[in-house]
Design a protein. Structure first.
Length: 342
């Protein structure tokens, strides 16, 4: 997720630089065309040349500005979700820990192709063949959100204006509350691998997820919206050749912020019992913006023995063409028969 944010910053910087370059190139080519047109001895060849330069510069200008992150940002404001309901859902949604395994082996795969001259070409490659996939959710007794206090940073704004929108990059971590839970998970992981291992090789992965976690998302902070704000005005300014100035106008109306949500899980105790509330008092999810503070301290009511059903393993299996030991046995028999025939 942090890579997405870094990539976004890099793309934003490159598009902004290329935007100014193409804009200057477009206006420069127009200026040269006009200068050549007013010259009394200007030939038709020079006018055609500068006309081609204008077409090339205009194409680059339109392409760069219509793939600009600013344009996508203005389009996304029309479908932005409200900030507080989104955060409430993320804070009050339980984490899911999923164990996945893929069993496989290597096989020599022979392929045949016909060349242009009509000859047949055969070649073999050793490739990995998957014979089984399985996944299973790790079950725990209780969970708690310990994301702590989070304040929207408005100090970096160049203009003191109301910020109606927020580019929000949300990441998450799921951690075990105590060593006992870590030991239980390690035992369950070994058990899961042993139960599903059916081939000579395997790839195991542990994934954590929170429903509604979308990475980078546009959210709405208020119902206010500045004048001349939206994709329509962006298109108008692009056609007028002043879109880079328009980008300077709209950028201060949007914040960019990163938020890491932390979920604590336990297999040995109830993390929401009264005795532990003082221990986790400083980690209660709290949002602060424009001197408004909202605390998300509702305890989680989750238990696998309660209304939440126990997830069943999701298994996808494909029988290999032949078992490895069987293929080795057949190969030996073939060699013996071949030897006896001699």
């Amino acid at each position: 997720v942090h890579g997405i944010y870094i990539m976004k910053e890099s793309v934003d910087g490159c598009c902004q630089m290329l935007g100014w370059v193409t804009t200057i190139g477009l206006w420069g080519s127009i200026f040269m065309f006009c200068s050549a047109a007013i010259e009394p001895d200007a030939g038709i060849i020079s006018l055609i040349f500068f006309g081609i330069i204008i077409c090339i510069a205009a194409s680059a200008y339109l392409f760069i500005h219509f793939i600009s992150p600013i344009f996508y940002y203005l389009r996304d404001t029309r479908k932005a979700v409200d900030f507080y309901p989104l955060m409430e859902k993320l804070f009050y949604t339980r984490p899911v820990i999923t164990m996945r395994i893929k069993c496989c082996h290597n096989e020599m795969i022979t392929r045949t192709a016909k060349r242009e001259d009509g000859t047949i070409h055969h070649w073999s490659n050793e490739e990995e063949v998957t014979t089984r996939k399985a996944e299973e959710e790790f079950r725990y007794a209780s969970w708690k959100d310990i994301s702590g206090s989070w304040t929207l940073d408005t100090k970096g704004a160049t203009l003191k204006v109301d910020k109606p929108f927020l580019w929000l990059l949300v990441s998450h971590d799921v951690i075990f509350a105590e060593d006992g839970t870590s030991q239980i998970y390690d035992a369950e992981e070994k058990k899961f691998i042993k139960k599903n291992l059916t081939d000579t090789k395997y790839h195991f992965s542990k994934d954590t997820s929170v429903e509604g976690m979308v990475g980078l998302k546009m959210v709405r902070l208020s119902d206010s919206e500045p004048s001349f704000f939206g994709p329509f005005w962006y298109v108008v300014c692009t056609l007028l050749g002043i879109v880079d100035l328009y980008a300077l106008y709209v950028t201060p109306y949007c914040l960019e912020q990163k938020l890491n949500i932390i979920k604590l899980v336990s297999c040995t105790e109830d993390l929401n019992k009264a005795e532990l509330q003082k221990k986790y008092a400083d980690t209660v999810p709290t949002l602060c913006y424009n001197e408004r503070v909202r605390v998300f301290d509702k305890p989680s009511k989750f238990s696998y023995e309660g209304p939440m059903p126990v997830s069943q393993p999701n298994v996808e299996e494909r029988e290999p063409e032949k078992n490895i030991s069987e293929r080795l046995g057949l190969l030996k028999q073939h060699d013996l028969l071949k030897y006896a025939a001699k």
